[in-house]
Design a protein around this ligand. Structure first.
Ligand SMILES: [Zn+2]
Length: 452
């Protein structure tokens, strides 16, 4: 029998003092918390006063009325962060500045109080309790030196579970990481999906059956990727969804692995049509929009995240009634390659890693400004060590996978995209991509002059 997510009783106890979640009582709590958040924001922030003043007097009558409030997005966090802030800067415990990749827009700034951070730590402790037993050692493959970084918050949360937590930083060299795992006896790992895949593929022989659970966080983890890691390491893989804007923690899978149970005492989730920004029913894909319920430093009210996903409903096979999210990985404003087609790093990964023997992938997309010049996808790949195939065979396998990809294959076949492949070591490939793996694009502005 699949154990119920521990988030169920945790959220129930905070929202209606029960040990089983009752969705009606949860909604009552959420409406109260939402109206308190609106009143607080309007009272303290010029940004919200201008937008929501008319809603703050009587409050919303039901959660359905939320859809009548205006939507905000990353541009507001870039240009108006100090007007959104609801506390004096002296009460700010942490500020996160995020540069939006691929754009020259103002960096986003998100502010947190000590209490906001405490809520996140509690969520981490409850979420991790389903993969960590007392005495297990955890290794976090994300940064942890800075106060309130993911590694630091996890370390602090894990002390409550009596589980030692070591922080390594991002995966640089898979062999060095494997050595550290073995040296500290870690059985639970936390890391970025692309980096954990590289580690599992490169160090499969060294790590197999040493690891009991892996938590993937920080970027999209598609099902094929979690299966690949689980099979290679012989462990259970859990996916977490969280953004800086959600207070780092947002939702985490239970042992049924049917979507991510959401942190519903702190966050309201909606899915909206990316064009019209009107809510879509559960089960339909759209843009994820969040509203914070207890945050006082910088509450976010109907914040459009730019991430695609869908809500799965409350009937999880684990028996919990906590709402579940299925993140879809696509960014709403991903790079358009041709009308109606957006190409993301996860499309490239899905094709490339289907070839057995690839351990890491870095990709750059050169989008041509000229109709007769094809776009170009420059891949830098690493083979698993020791390599099971020679590079020529592996490259043929990668090209076959690219042609078989429903996203990339048609573009290669009709000549609108051209792919080049270069090979390097896994460590160099990880260094090229950086921790956050994006499909980087550069536009070719001028045709290359012909040599004489
Ligand atoms: Zn569940």
């Amino acid at each position: 029998m699949i154990p119920r997510t521990p988030l169920d009783s945790w959220i129930a106890s905070q929202t209606h003092r029960s040990d089983r979640l009752d969705p009606d009582l949860l909604r009552n709590y959420q409406l109260r918390a939402l109206n308190e958040t609106i009143a607080w924001a309007v009272g303290k922030s010029p940004f919200y006063r201008e937008r929501l003043d008319t809603f703050s007097e009587s409050g919303l009558g039901s959660l359905d009325d939320l859809s009548g409030l205006p939507i905000m997005d990353a541009r507001d966090l870039g240009t108006q962060s100090l007007r959104i802030l609801c506390i004096s800067q002296g009460d700010v415990e942490r500020v996160v500045t995020l540069r939006t990749s691929g754009s020259t827009a103002e960096p986003k700034r998100v502010f947190f109080t000590a209490e906001d951070i405490e809520h996140t730590k509690n969520f981490f402790a409850v979420g991790m309790s389903q993969m960590v037993a007392p005495g297990d050692t955890l290794l976090v493959l994300m940064p942890g030196a800075a106060p309130h970084s993911v590694g630091d918050l996890l370390k602090s949360a894990l002390t409550r579970l009596d589980a030692p937590c070591n922080v390594y930083g991002f995966v640089d060299d898979p062999a060095a990481v494997a050595e550290r795992i073995i040296a500290c006896g870690a059985s639970v790992l936390v890391g970025l999906p692309g980096q954990m895949l590289a580690l599992a593929r490169d160090q499969e022989a060294a790590l197999r059956s040493r690891i009991s659970a892996v938590l993937l966080s920080g970027e999209h983890a598609p099902p094929w990727l979690t299966r690949d890691i689980a099979t290679r390491l012989g462990c259970e893989v859990f996916v977490h969804f969280g953004l800086t804007e959600t207070g780092l923690g947002g939702g985490v899978e239970c042992r049924a692995h049917h979507g991510l149970h959401l942190r519903e005492a702190d966050l309201l989730f909606e899915i909206v049509d990316p064009q019209t920004r009107t809510p879509v029913p559960d089960g339909e894909a759209g843009e994820i929009v969040i509203t914070t319920l207890r945050r006082r430093g910088m509450p976010l009210i109907r914040y459009a995240t730019g991430d695609a996903g869908l809500l799965l409903g409350r009937d999880c096979p684990c028996g919990s009634r906590v709402q579940r999210l299925l993140p879809l990985g696509a960014r709403i404003h991903d790079y358009p390659v041709s009308p109606g087609l957006h190409l993301s790093m996860h499309h490239v990964d899905e094709a490339v890693f289907r070839a057995e023997g690839v351990s890491a992938c870095h990709a750059t997309l050169h989008v041509s400004a000229w109709p007769d010049t094809p776009d170009s996808l420059a891949l830098t790949l690493a083979a698993t060590s020791p390599s099971s195939k020679n590079i020529d065979t592996l490259e043929t396998d990668v090209r076959t996978s690219l042609l078989d990809s429903p996203d990339i294959g048609p573009l290669l076949q009709d000549g609108s995209l051209h792919a080049t492949i270069a090979w390097t070591s896994a460590a160099k490939c990880l260094a090229l991509s950086g921790p956050k793996r994006m499909l980087t694009t550069r536009t070719i502005m001028e045709p290359q002059p012909c040599p004489n």
